[in-house]
Design a protein around this ligand. Structure first.
Ligand code: PFF
Length: 451
């Protein structure tokens, strides 16, 4: 019997809510730095191919799993096969790894917002400003704590609805601003080389690492392989067209990531020369590049302040949905009250996030696998755990539950246009590629291969 479960009031409601969770720092902060680092056009191309194949198949699977079972990850996998309960746990582990460091970046966004509000743009536009900030012992930790308190506060008070409503207004403004900043950047001398770098694939830069990076980014950005979309699906109405909704979420998420790349990569060429060093900045890229753009813009202080405020909202909707997931996992498991679970999760986020924050400064001697703590957690979740979850999900659906179960769920309303395509990906293409990529990733991390 189907459990009573609230559902989204209209079709667009589901797409907007899922897109609100999907669009966040992954699109604005992570996608551009990976694209810059991994060869520009070739990364973009690999990402797009993966989005319409793996991304599509996995998102259909997860949403259908949720809608079919009306349960979250652990329950959903278990209800179809008891032996696969562990897969629910494994995917639920991912938000625990991501959220603390997500909040560290959220803290950086808060910092930049305050910098622009206090009119310090030219200062922020200097090369060493960002490093100067993250290597300090206290400042980044304080901003991280502010961000965590904002996130957990919203979850504890149960006012997510308000944030979601606000973000429905903020999101479209963010999109318009991103387009505006991208166009402004493209008119700066030298930017066209960056545009070419971003759009024209250089096949000589294709490697397993590119694919792995693009795949990890795909999962991260679309909130896949971490149980989130199963939960969203569990609230989706049967009348809604699942395949079409997936297409819309994907289009929205990819569109924003693409625009963020367009906003940042040509600007790197215009203001920092497009050298390998400038492009390979990693997590700091957005924070180093955008102040330079705003510094060259009339009313750049104002535009920058509004922009970072909007980024803050996009980040908050994501960290709130991540934190809610963690809180509900803890509550389901331990039967705690919402308040108690929130407080314990708060302590957890602080306990893991503070070392991550300090990992750029006084604790930089902690370098697992030669990475900063942030990169390490990012690597474990995106390049190891998520591909494993995705692989096992493919095996589970492809060979145990069988794709028909998912196809039937999609076809509750209308026909599943790409069902053959879906089946081939879930059964053959995705599992083989995932294993290959995973092996490369582990070998690379262990230094067996050097890319
Ligand atoms: N997809 C989000 C992003 O791209 O920033 C990250 C995320 C948000 C993952 C919410 C999971 C989630 F529940």
């Amino acid at each position: 019997m189907e459990k009573q479960r609230g559902s989204f009031t209209n079709k667009l409601g589901f797409v907007l809510a899922a897109a609100g969770s999907a669009v966040g720092l992954g699109n604005l902060w992570r996608f551009p730095y990976l694209a810059a680092k991994y060869g520009g056009g070739i990364f973009l191309l690999v990402y797009l191919v993966l989005a319409v194949t793996f991304g599509f198949a996995l998102m259909v699977t997860e949403i259908a799993l949720g809608r079919k079972t009306r349960l979250s990850a652990v329950g959903a996998y278990e209800s179809l096969n008891k032996k696969f309960k562990f897969l629910g746990y494994l995917s639920s582990l991912v938000p625990f790894i991501i959220t603390p460091y997500y909040c560290v970046i959220g803290g950086w966004v808060v910092k930049y917002f305050t910098v622009f509000v206090s009119n310090n743009v030219s200062n922020a536009a200097t090369d060493d400003f960002f490093t100067g900030f993250i290597t300090q012992p206290a400042a980044p930790v304080i901003f991280f704590i502010i961000y965590v308190l904002l996130t957990v506060g919203v979850v504890m008070l149960g006012v997510e609805g308000g944030i979601e409503k606000a973000s429905r207004i903020m999101m479209p403004i963010l999109v318009v601003m991103t387009v505006f900043i991208a166009v402004f950047g493209l008119f700066q001398p030298g930017a066209i080389d960056g545009l070419i770098y971003y759009l024209k694939p250089d096949f000589s830069r294709f490697s397993a690492t590119t694919v792995l990076a693009a795949m990890g980014q795909l999962f991260y950005s679309m909130s896949l392989a971490m149980g989130i979309m199963i939960t969203y699906g569990s609230y989706m109405k049967k009348e809604a067209n699942l395949e079409q909704s997936v297409r819309q979420i994907e289009l929205f998420d990819t569109g924003i990531a693409f625009m963020a790349g367009l906003m940042i990569i040509p600007a790197v060429f215009a203001f920092s020369g497009g050298s390998e060093e400038a492009l390979g900045k990693g997590p700091s890229l957005m924070f180093v590049t955008l102040p330079k753009v705003f510094d060259n813009m009339k009313m750049g202080t104002f535009v920058g302040a509004v922009f970072f405020l909007l980024v803050l909202f996009a980040a908050l909707t994501s960290s709130i949905s991540l934190t809610e997931t963690i809180v509900s996992i803890v509550r389901d498991k331990l039967g705690w009250s919402r308040k108690k679970a929130c407080l314990v999760v708060l302590v957890f986020l602080l306990a893991v996030g503070i070392p991550v924050s300090l990992g750029f400064g006084i604790w930089s001697f902690i370098a697992p696998l030669g990475m900063s703590l942030l990169d390490f957690f990012d690597f474990i979740s995106n390049s190891v755990l998520m591909p494993i979850v995705a692989f096992l999900t493919c095996i589970f659906i492809g060979y145990i539950v069988k794709p028909k179960a998912i196809i039937d769920e999609v076809e509750v309303n209308g026909t599943f246009k790409n069902k053959k395509f879906y089946t081939v990906i879930i059964k053959y293409i995705a599992p083989v590629c995932l294993v290959a990529i995973l092996i490369f990733a582990v070998m690379e991390a262990m230094g067996v291969i050097v890319v």
